[in-house]
Design a protein around this ligand. Structure first.
Ligand SMILES: [Ca+2]
Length: 122
């Protein structure tokens, strides 16, 4: 029972990693979003392993969302983010919707992909 609870706690924290790498072995997954003009856009998910742990999972989604929050705060204060963790990978992989912004929409797509792949594993 204790082990079961630990697994649930790990899952709740997004620590259950799915064996999927950034761009090489991504499970085929198509996502959709509505652009600023109201058009429904179809995209093929290419992976987003920003922390380079070999998995595209909730940790990557969290990094993207934290980056968006920190960037927004920095801009509000007229500051720049300096030496931000994973910044090269965030800029390289983070704009999943290809709309020029790395934000909560991108993070949500990563979570949706992770949920989809996790469902395949169970
Ligand atoms: Ca990762």
């Amino acid at each position: 029972m204790k082990k079961f609870i630990s697994v649930l706690a790990a899952a709740a924290l997004g620590m259950c990693a799915v064996p999927v790498t950034a761009s090489a072995d991504v499970v085929p997954y198509t996502f959709y979003y509505v652009d600023k003009d109201g058009n429904l856009i179809e995209h093929e998910f290419k992976g987003c392993d920003v922390n380079e742990d070999g998995f595209t999972d909730a940790r990557d989604a969290t990094i993207i969302l934290q980056y968006y929050a920190d960037l927004s705060a920095a801009e509000a204060w007229g500051k720049e983010l300096i030496d931000y963790p994973y910044i090269d990978n965030i800029k390289k992989y983070g704009d999943l919707t290809e709309d020029g912004w790395i934000d909560g929409r991108d993070s949500t797509i990563i979570l949706a992909y992770y949920a989809y792949v996790s469902g395949l594993e169970s």
